[in-house]
Design a protein around this ligand. Structure first.
Ligand code: A2P
Length: 280
């Protein structure tokens, strides 16, 4: 869990992050973050929209682990697009987390309903504020999330800083080949949220068969697949034993044949909320 990828600006990022989407605020977010840090995770992924930044911030403090040893990501929500709003959103997030800086700040969605008519301009303005925050040292890296190729190409027309990360819904059932290839061409790290397909991967028989061979869990196989593709998986769990299990990925390697078998599972869990891709 201390292995790192290096972002395009040289910042090191732990190769597995603790996902907190759908983790309820309060005791659950607090305790699961404490458990993740105790299990050795040094990378926590949250967002303004998850509503759990304050609890996570408290857990970060109470863990007693030095700030610089933990990589913290948050995201700008859909109602805060635009130059002034984005500056405000970052300040609000820092306040809720009770931190002086973030390691990574992302635009959560490229095309929110509120900006449907001018999403390209809204992203450009949001990005300008994020570039300034980056230059000012309030964030060590900046990136995007849920951007498809056309969103990303549009942003690159005005961006001075190329995003270091694009966080996407990626798992064996949702490979997102086109945007992943685009990320790779631009030296942008693909982070995989819901690397277990929000849990849907766990009941896929073909993965269970592979898991049995390695004496690993289905979750561990899906996460290892993500790592071997060079993605950065962000598994979410609120159960201590699962949090620990999801971090135990470094004592085995999937063969090329098994990777290929997993790659063939595209669509197996049904299509991920396509609505999101068009609605946002
Ligand atoms: P829970 O939080 O109750 O442990 P994803 O990261 O793809 O969004 O998947 C998260 C879902 O998968 C949650 O429902 C989570 O449940 C469940 N989950 C996470 N890790 C494991 C695991 N190792 N074994 C079984 N279920 C898991």
């Amino acid at each position: 869990l201390t292995d790192t990828y290096t972002l395009s600006n040289g910042v090191k990022i732990p190769v597995v992050g603790f996902g907190t989407w759908q983790t309820p605020d309060g005791d659950v977010a607090y305790q699961s973050t404490i458990d993740a840090l105790a299990a050795g995770y040094r990378h926590i992924d949250t967002a303004a929209a998850y509503g759990n930044e304050e609890s996570i911030g408290r857990a970060l403090k109470d863990s007693g682990i030095a700030r610089e040893e933990i990589f913290v990501t948050s995201k700008l929500w859909n109602d805060m697009h635009g130059y002034e709003s984005a500056k405000q959103a970052l300040d609000d997030t820092l306040k809720r987390l009770d931190l002086d800086y973030l390691d990574l700040y992302l635009i959560h969605w490229p095309n929110p309903k509120a900006n449907r008519d001018n999403w390209a301009e809204a992203n450009a303005e949001t990005w300008r504020a994020m570039e300034e925050a980056y230059e000012a040292g309030k964030v060590r890296a900046i990136g995007i999330s849920n951007f498809q190729v056309h969103h990303f190409e549009e942003l690159l027309k005005t961006a001075k800083v190329t995003p270091m990360v694009n966080q996407l819904f990626v798992n064996p059932s949702d490979m997102e080949d086109e945007i992943v290839a685009f990320n790779n061409e631009h030296n942008v790290l693909t982070e995989a949220y819901s690397p277990l397909g929000t849990g849907k991967m766990l009941t896929v028989a073909a993965i269970q068969e592979i898991a049995d061979k390695y004496n690993k869990s289905v979750a561990q196989i899906a996460l290892r697949w993500s790592l071997q593709h060079g993605f950065l998986p962000l598994p979410k769990s609120t159960h201590k034993e699962r949090i620990i299990e999801n971090g135990q990925l470094f004592d085995f390697e999937l063969t090329a044949d098994d990777m290929a078998a997993l790659d063939k599972l595209e669509g197996v869990a049904g299509s991920h909320n396509d609505a999101d891709k068009t609605n946002f």
